[in-house]
Structure formats: structure tokens, C-alpha cells
Design a protein around this ligand. Structure first.
Ligand code: FAD
Length: 332
């Protein structure tokens, strides 16, 4: 095998009910940057059934080419037919890099594919760059409980594969009206691949906005004292038109739902404004929010590490400062 035979940055496009997941757009943006440094192109790999309506969207968000498998066996997602298609595509098209979102689907699919094509997989990456000398991929991810960031290379195998955390990479500016070539991959899916029947999908219905989509987040930590005090954060978030988020300590204490946890084992967020109230700023928390545009920290300990990443800091009692802020904003 020669590395020269492997070309192109491929992005596995995650679609559910014919709606492309946000992380796929983020990956297309990153892939564009990597492809430029590798002097190659970005291919969006679209698997599903009746998915042609998604082509324009993929072109708009940066794909140079779309490789599609359109088959009833691919709706809804199940592991075997998807792994089979990815295996076929990698063996026949020989991409140099394949990226997946570190979502439930990506985390299920990517390891299966990596075992089949006998290559490595760096899971949960937070940074991807091209080594200027070797032109290989440098994949960075938290290691040892998030205490260090490990940079991983794949010097002996191709493709180089990574799952990437949603919310970490930035989307490119979309270009409406862009058209790109579409190629149908000649994959034949039989009964052997369709070995699971999905009987029912029960969707969680929520009227809350996902914290990864919120422009303003008011986040609470253990310093808020108790679950009831999160009402103060909700009031502030409502006045600002934002959402409430939390540190893991509050999720572990049962004060908050896991879906609003920010950090290494929670979500990565990048809002315009992140107000951290009673959060110390542990490295695992910072990993999920330090890319926010503006960070305001309220903490009664002036040495709390959160102040090192904050643009504005208020040293004091969040239980007093938060309601004061809310009432001043209401007056304004
Ligand atoms: P604490 O560290 O206890 O900090 C509370 C802060 O509140 C202190 O700074 C204190 O000075 C301040 N305070 C107290 N009272 C007040 C008051 N009245 N007003 C103002 N300030 C006050 N953590 C995450 O958040 N997200 C993750 O995804 C995550 N993943 C992890 C993964 C691993 C593998 C490990 C080992 C840990 C992870 N953690 C994560 C936990 C992390 O290490 C910290 O324990 C956690 O972030 C601490 O939460 P906290 O800041 O709310 O609490």
C-alpha cells in the first residue's frame, strides 16, 4: 500500500429524517481547511433513502463532491448497512482522511468501520491540523481524564480517521447556489446487511433550545448552592433571551439534566455570551466553553481558574449578583 494512492478528505454526513445534523456542516468547514493544506478536495458521503433534496445544502456548506448511497435499507440508521457502505467506499475510493461527528451515530459507526478497514481512529477530537512536513493529519483530543491534550498521528495506515466533537469546529460561510458533482456509489445492500428491523423510534420532545444553538448561556455551578437557586439563572437567561447551562457538579448532584452540561463529558458550546456563575473553571469544564465569544465569570473566590479565561470577572456572591443583574436589565 502506498499513501500516494489515498487522496481526499471525506466527511460522513449524518442525516436523520432527511435533516443534516449541525456537526456535519462543522466538519465540512474543517475539511475544507484541511483539504486546502493537503492540496486535495472535500467529499461529502451521504447515506440514506431519498436524500437527493440534501445535495444543494451540502454544496452550500463546502463539499466539492457528493458521494451518495440511496437505499431503503439506510433509513433509519442501523449499524450494519452504514458500516458496509463506508467500508465499500473506503476500499474503492481510498480517501486519505475520513471524519465523523462524535455523536451517538458517529460513535457507533466509526469504530466499526475502522476495525473493518484496519486503520486507526482518534475519537472525540477537539483539534485537527495538517502536519506541514508529512502532510499527515495531527489529531488532538483530551486524554487522562482531560488533564492533558494528546496529539495523535496515524503514520502507518490510511485512511486517517477521527470523530470530532459537535460544537468544536466552526462552520464555513455558506455559499448559496453552489452546485457540485454527485456520484452514486455502486453499493449493493442485501438481506445480510439489513439484519436489524427498527420497530419504533420514540423521540424525545423538548420545548427547550439546545444549549449548543443558544447565543447566550447563563451557566451555574456548585456555587449556586442548591437546585432551587437555578431559578435565579433562569430569570437572568429569560431577560437576556438565553438558556441555562450547568457544570457537571450540578448534574451529578441531580440539580440539572445532563443535556445542559457543558464540558468534556457534556456539550461543547460557543455562544456569543457565556455567564459562568459559581463555576470554578476546572479544565474539563473549560474544554466545553472557552471558545465562547465573551465570557463573564461571577465567583466569590478571586483566584478561581474561571477568571483566567473570563473577559469580565465579578468577584462576589452569585446569589446576590445574579438577581441584581436581572432586575437592572429589566429596568433598562
Ligand atoms: P466547584 O469546582 O466546586 O466550584 C464551585 C465554585 O463556586 C468555586 O469556585 C467557588 O469559589 C464558587 N462559589 C461558591 N459559592 C459561591 C457563591 N455564592 N457565589 C459565587 N461563587 C461561589 N465538569 C464539567 O463541568 N463538565 C464536564 O463535562 C466534566 N467532565 C469531566 C470529565 C472527567 C473525566 C473528570 C475527571 C471531571 C469532569 N468534570 C466536568 C468535573 C470537573 O473536574 C469539576 O469537578 C467540575 O467542573 C466542578 O464543577 P463546579 O465548578 O460547578 O464546582
Amino acid at each position: 500500500m502506498s499513501f500516494e494512492d489515498y487522496k481526499g478528505v471525506y466527511v460522513f454526513v449524518q442525516q436523520v429524517d432527511n435533516k443534516i445534523s449541525g456537526v456535519s456542516f462543522e466538519l465540512l468547514g474543517k475539511a475544507k481547511e484541511l483539504a486546502k493544506d493537503m492540496d486535495t478536495e472535500v467529499t461529502a458521503v451521504l447515506l440514506g433513502y431519498k436524500v437527493s433534496s440534501l445535495y444543494d445544502e451540502l454544496a452550500k456548506w463546502g463539499a466539492d463532491k457528493i458521494l451518495v448511497v440511496d437505499d431503503p435499507a439506510l433509513e433509519p440508521y442501523t449499524t450494519e448497512p452504514y458500516a458496509y457502505c463506508m467500508n465499500y467506499i473506503i476500499k474503492n475510493y481510498k480517501p486519505s482522511v475520513v471524519l465523523y461527528g462524535a455523536t451517538a451515530i458517529g460513535r457507533d459507526l466509526a469504530p466499526r468501520v475502522s476495525a473493518r478497514v484496519k486503520t486507526g481512529l482518534t475519537a472525540d477530537c477537539t483539534k485537527l491540523e495538517v502536519d506541514p512536513e508529512t502532510k499527515g493529519l495531527r489529531m488532538t483530543r483530551p486524554a487522562f481524564g482531560g488533564n492533558i491534550m494528546a496529539t495523535i498521528l496515524c503514520p502507518e495506515h490510511r485512511p486517517q480517521m477521527a470523530t470530532v466533537r459537535p460544537g468544536v469546529m466552526q462552520k464555513v460561510k455558506p455559499q448559496a447556489g453552489r452546485k457540485v458533482p454527485v456520484e452514486v456509489a455502486d453499493v449493493k445492500l442485501g438481506a445480510e446487511q439489513k439484519n436489524v428491523d427498527v420497530v419504533e423510534v420514540i423521540k424525545k420532545i423538548s420545548d427547550k433550545i439546545d444549549i449548543q444553538d443558544a447565543k447566550i448561556l447563563v451557566a451555574g455551578g456548585r456555587g449556586m448552592g442548591k437546585e432551587e437557586n437555578f431559578k435565579l439563572l433562569k430569570d437572568l437567561a429569560d431577560v437576556l433571551g438565553g438558556e441555562v447551562a450547568s457544570s457537571r457538579a450540578c448534574v451529578d448532584a441531580g440539580w440539572c439534566e445532563k443535556d445542559i452540561q457543558v464540558g468534556q463529558t457534556g456539550k461543547t458550546v460557543r455562544p456569543n455570551l457565556y455567564i459562568a456563575c459559581g463555576i470554578s473553571g476546572a479544565i474539563q469544564h473549560l474544554a466545553g466553553m472557552e471558545e465562547s465569544d465573551v465570557i463573564v465569570a461571577i465567583n466569590k473566590d478571586s483566584y478561581a481558574p474561571i477568571f483566567e479565561v473570563a473577559d469580565y470577572g465579578i468577584v462576589g456572591d452569585a446569589l446576590k449578583i445574579v438577581p441584581e443583574l436581572t432586575s437592572k436589565l429589566k429596568e433598562a
